[in-house]
Design a protein. Structure first.
Length: 283
């Protein structure tokens, strides 16, 4: 596999990163995951805007010239890795770079950031998309800047490990009694035809797929309520779903062993799935 690292295209096996890299030492970096469909990058501009926000939040210096170069780098990786047909993902990570000595405070602004871009094939989990998954709740133990897409993902990977151990397909994180989001996706619930989701806040990552869901809902006349849903209330939802770049729209048919709605993917979920697929295939 060919990847891009700090100005060079190289094979993944040959790429190396300094032991002084602050991404390695402090988790001092941000990332984005972008869907590739038949060689096209779905909602690239929205991902780059969110990247800007994360970089700005951490004050990582990244020049407009470097930013302007990203689409061409991604395009080359798509063709070098033969991803012009079918599904794939771009993984983009930018850290504050390698700096000595190891000090917590940010190093001088002239430290070049480490820029890594990789393109890989991706296989959507068709069975879960069609049949839905059994969800579990876990306590949201993350910090108060979940709106920045940083590589500090320990609470997320611990939640994913719970999911794996319990043989579940979907995690809903709970902060102060309310469902915030998943460890790699946002959560929506349907009550009487209205879609509810956690409002924009430092406690969630505002998903690009979440924004697409808002667009489809508007087009289809599905009302949306930006309001937290509590952990008990969600068990009475007619439908629950997770949304994200590598999740698409994944129905949740039970939570902690309790059936949601009919126990099958519901009509609002199916409408949104269709709308997302249509956009991914045609944009
Ligand atoms: N995760 N919430 C969290 C905590 C996420 O990590 C993600 C994305 C989302 C959904 O955002 P989007 O729709 O823009 O993908 C919500 C990526 C895909 C990941 O960590 O792999």
């Amino acid at each position: 596999m060919q990847i891009y690292l700090n100005g060079r295209f190289t094979s993944r096996d040959d790429a190396t990163i300094s032991v002084n890299d602050r991404g390695f030492l402090f988790g001092d970096g941000i990332y984005e995951v972008i869907r590739i469909i038949n060689g096209r990058l779905f909602r690239l501009d929205a991902h780059l805007r969110r990247m800007d926000r994360s970089l700005g939040g951490l004050e990582i210096p990244f020049t407009s010239q470097q930013r302007a170069g990203l689409p061409a780098i991604m395009g080359k990786l798509i063709s070098d890795n033969k991803l012009q047909k079918g599904e794939g993902t771009i993984y983009l990570q930018i850290t504050r770079g390698a700096a000595l000595p190891r000090t917590h405070a940010y190093p001088h602004d002239n430290t070049p950031p480490t820029v890594l871009v990789m393109a890989s094939p991706f296989v959507p989990d068709k069975e879960t998309l069609e049949k839905g998954g059994q969800g579990i709740t876990v306590t949201d133990i993350r910090w108060s800047r979940c709106d920045l897409k940083t590589v500090n993902l320990l609470p997320n990977i611990m939640a994913a490990q719970q999911e794996k151990k319990q043989n579940a397909k979907g995690v809903l994180m709970v902060r102060d009694g309310y469902i915030t989001e998943g460890y790699k996706n946002n959560v929506f619930a349907v009550f009487d035809g209205t879609l509810w989701t956690y409002p924009d806040s430092p406690y969630i990552l505002s998903g690009i797929t979440r924004d697409v869901v808002f667009e489809i809902a508007e087009q289809e006349g599905i009302p949306v309520k930006l309001h937290p849903v509590d952990q008990k209330q969600i068990l009475n939802a007619d439908e629950v779903m997770l949304t994200g770049t590598i999740t698409d729209i994944h129905p949740i048919v039970s939570i902690d062993g309790q059936r949601i709605g009919s126990g099958r993917p519901g009509p609002v979920t199916k409408t949104l799935q269709k709308g997302l697929r249509h956009r991914m295939d045609t944009e």
